[in-house]
Ligand binder design. Structure first.
Ligand SMILES: [Zn+2]
Length: 661
């Protein structure tokens, strides 16, 4: 084990063999690993990688996402060339992209594509017409009042049921409407000005626009007031409230649910109302004038796809004011994203053909297997859990399914009509297809083969209700996974991600579901209490971390993710230890395998972020900022401290180290 004193004086021979998987050039050698490991691992990277003007932040995730986007661009530009040699799928993705890139046609059409919808809203009269319009808007992807869709039944995981939830606000979170600090007040004033400008662009007189803007703000503020906050929304028990349709009608009698369901072509006797207080509270605003609000929803959803005056104004508020982004991204980026969002599996299939090697899938599967067996060992070794709960945990772990890369069966978009000259029509049809597809699942058995991320996505997820972990092809690449790269670094990067997802099965939310995906309490009360106490330690720890200025992280909002980070890296480390016991790894670049493991982990989180964005994320994102995903975790971890020779009293050695798993 190397000590810090000789960390910077490794032999020339050791330096000669540069490890793949960590970026030696990213390291800030003036920083001390035991004082601020994030600065040490990422300091020079942060200095050399300022945030691009069109981004809210920039990190290693973004670098990879940017590479993936460029692959998509090549695929899409090729598919966009009008030719009879294209396959039907190529025609769809190519023409969707072409219609988005064709700004001349978009300018020429002006507001015409949404004019009929705006006129229809003006003609609304009475309860029935309102319900019809809300259903219509939602059916092609426009937010209105609340959300309705399908989802797995938490208490009978084999079934898909109708789900009704809160929604209908345009700012990123209810807190944006309710907080009274100076910054929040300022953002609301800017939002009101934005609403006014957008209505004026849409042809309203200044006086009308002023009135419309105020009306929208009132409606959205009323919805925000009755919305559950994000911490409450993380509680799956609170979100589970089965109601008959008659009970729903009693909850919000002023909404014509019967017409609404009929318009959507849905027939159910009961449904899960995830936020009953919201639905009840929403009833209180139905008597007012909702026309400006509904018109705004149409305008706001369409804005990025309307003529440039709308695109610019939309950017000014939602990107510049809320996230601090300075310039608009190039059009091709917006258009690639649009196709990924609407026809993600047709584009994803092409992406996988071009960019995903077979070895990535095999190696990841092998690593998943190793980390799952480490989790079993970890569970058995836990001092605070009874034998009974351990056996239940192991039974759940055994049932975790692994999905790697891309779906077994690709989604069939053949019924979606896509043309080269109709961007807004294309988007409406793509959204309508995806929404219909979701509604059609109501009453059907659950399909566990579904993916909720597209293949080029740089991310991964665990689904507690399906009890599976999912790794899209997009993340199985450097800097997460290096084919034939240094094993120590691969364990520290993709290994920690695998461990993170697996730990989600046992975090404060995941632990409430059993191996079949049912929301069922399988913990003894003593073990649940022991878990809670340990989780509270993490809540307190992360609540102290500063996001920006006077805004700190919300330890309760980020608990699940922080727990997964802390547990996940431990599992990956155990897997590295087992691997090292079988075959030793030599020192590389002046670092031991253990040190490379932690450097690789630290470096996947290298990040620069704008103040506005950090603020927004602290309010809305269940993940902690990169700095704390590194330092928060490692200050809890004796294995890290040993690898770098950190001593009690140094900042990277927490005096109150937290540990759940
Ligand atoms: Zn996570």
């Amino acid at each position: 084990m190397r000590l810090p004193a000789i960390l910077f004086a490794a032999s020339a021979a050791a330096f000669a063999q540069a490890p793949t998987g960590i970026d030696l050039g990213a390291i800030d050698r003036a920083a001390q690993p035991c004082n601020d490991f994030y600065q040490y691992a990422c300091g020079t990277w942060m200095k050399n990688n300022p945030i691009p003007a069109d981004q809210a932040g920039w990190g290693r995730f973004n670098e990879l996402a940017d590479r993936n986007r460029r692959v998509l661009r090549t695929i899409l530009e090729k598919a966009a060339v009008d030719s009879s040699a294209r396959t039907p799928a190529e025609q769809k993705i190519g023409d969707a992209y072409a219609s988005c890139m064709d700004e001349k046609t978009i300018e020429a059409k002006g507001l015409a594509p949404i004019r009929p919808e705006l006129d229809r809203i003006l003609r609304i009269s009475g309860k029935q017409a309102l319900a019809e319009e809300v259903a219509r808007l939602q059916s092609y992807g426009i937010s209105a009042l609340f959300r309705f869709g399908s989802g797995q039944d938490s208490k009978d995981a084999t079934k898909t049921i109708a789900q009704l939830g809160q929604g209908g606000i345009s700012l990123p979170d209810r807190d944006y409407y309710l907080k009274t600090d100076a910054k929040s007040v300022e953002i609301r004033a800017k939002y009101l000005a934005h609403l006014r400008k957008m209505f004026e662009l849409a042809g309203r007189t200044p006086a009308e626009a002023e009135g419309d803007a105020k009306s929208v703000m009132e409606v959205e503020t009323s919805l925000a007031k009755v919305s559950m906050d994000r911490v409450a929304l993380r509680d799956p028990q609170k979100r589970y409230n089965m109601r008959t349709v008659a009970q729903l009608v009693a909850l919000a009698p002023d909404f014509d649910w019967s017409t609404y369901m009929k318009t959507l072509g849905v027939s159910v006797e009961s449904l899960n109302v995830s936020a009953p207080d919201f639905i009840q509270g929403m009833n209180g605003i139905l008597g007012g004038n909702l026309k400006p609000y509904l018109a705004w929803q149409v305008l706001n959803t369409a804005a990025p796809r309307l003529p440039s005056a709308f695109v610019k104004q939309d950017f000014e508020f939602f990107s510049k004011t809320l996230s601090g982004i300075e310039v608009m991204p190039e059009r091709w980026k917006t258009c690639s994203l649009l196709v990924d969002r609407g026809l993600g599996e047709a584009l994803g299939q092409k992406y996988v053909e071009v960019a995903f090697g077979k070895s990535g899938k095999e190696r990841t599967l092998q690593m998943v297997g190793e980390i799952e067996s480490e989790m079993a060992e970890d569970i058995l070794a836990i001092p605070w859990m009874s034998e009974a709960t351990k056996q239940q945990s192991l039974a759940k772990l055994k049932l975790v399914a692994n999905k790697i890369g891309y779906p077994d069966q690709w989604r069939d978009y053949s019924s979606v009509k896509i043309t080269r000259d109709d961007l807004l029509g294309n988007v409406s049809r793509m959204d309508a297809f995806n929404y219909r597809r979701m509604l059609d699942k109501i009453g059907r058995p659950l399909d566990k083969s579904e993916w909720s991320m597209t293949p080029p996505t740089v991310n991964a997820y665990y689904s507690p209700a399906m009890n599976n972990i999912n790794f899209p092809a997009g993340i199985l690449q450097p800097p997460f996974y290096f084919r034939d790269g240094d094993e120590a670094a691969n364990y520290g990067a993709i290994g920690a991600v695998v461990g993170h997802e697996l730990t989600h099965g046992f975090d404060d939310q995941g632990r409430q579901y059993d191996g079949e995906g049912n929301l069922r309490d399988w913990w003894t009360p003593e073990d649940a209490k022991a878990f809670q106490d340990r989780a509270d330690c993490i809540v307190n720890e992360y609540s102290g971390f500063v996001a920006s200025g006077d805004v700190k992280l919300n330890g309760r909002l980020t608990l699940g993710e922080n727990g997964a980070d802390n547990g996940g890296i431990r599992l990956a480390y155990m897997a590295l230890m087992d691997s090292l016991a079988k075959h030793t790894l030599s020192e590389m670049g002046g670092y031991t395998p253990e040190q490379r493991f932690f450097l690789a982990y630290g470096q996947i989180w290298c990040q620069n972020i704008r103040d506005e964005e950090a603020r927004k994320q602290a309010l809305t994102n269940p993940h902690s900022l990169g700095r704390y995903r590194v330092n928060g975790v490692l200050q809890n971890m004796p294995e890290f401290q040993k690898a770098f020779g950190c001593k009690t009293g140094q900042p990277m050695v927490s005096p109150n180290a937290c540990r759940v798993w």
